[in-house]
Design a protein around this ligand. Structure first.
Ligand SMILES: [Zn+2]
Length: 162
């Protein structure tokens, strides 16, 4: 018959867990929260590891989220630079911004892929990338030579298009 754990059910569970992790002596915790030392022992060895693992996962997800935000903000900056460079006809800067934007998209795709159980994401089929590529090439219609080199730069570095 499974016994109900008085600590797992406790309203101060988080606080007790923290005290256990910090190494507070059992007798003191037991006195403060009216618990038995036996149940504290059992909870620490049998239930605490699972609780800690969950907390760590939540932390990892939060970290990944903030990483994602940073890449998105980098991407916005690269796209702003690209627009400005297009307006002034500064093709060298535009090309740099395109490379930057492409790198950000790859990173973004990788991050999102890792969040979705590490499935492989092909950057060349990400809708945002396709839209960006089309926009770039259209903008270069009046500069055929630049269009060729840009279009070369936009190809997959490892040549796999499938
Ligand atoms: Zn427990």
């Amino acid at each position: 018959m499974p016994r109900i754990c008085s600590i797992c059910q406790h309203s101060n569970r988080e606080k007790i867990n923290r005290l256990l992790v910090e190494g507070e002596i059992f007798r003191k915790i037991a006195e403060n929260f009216s618990l038995s030392i036996t149940s504290l022992h059992r909870h620490k060895t049998e239930h605490l590891p699972g609780n800690l693992t969950k907390a760590k996962e939540a932390q990892e997800i939060a970290k990944a989220d903030s990483l994602l935000e940073q890449v998105k903000s980098l991407q916005n900056r690269a796209l702003n630079i690209l627009s400005q460079a297009e307006e002034t006809g500064d093709l060298r800067t535009a090309l740099g911004a395109i490379r930057e934007a492409r790198g950000n998209l790859e990173l973004l795709a990788k991050l999102l892929g890792e969040l979705n159980e590490s499935q492989t994401v092909n950057i060349l089929v990400v809708p945002e990338w396709i839209a960006l590529r089309t926009k770039i090439l259209n903008a270069l219609d009046e500069h055929p030579e630049a269009k060729i080199s840009v279009s070369k730069a936009l190809e997959s570095p490892n040549g796999s298009d499938s």
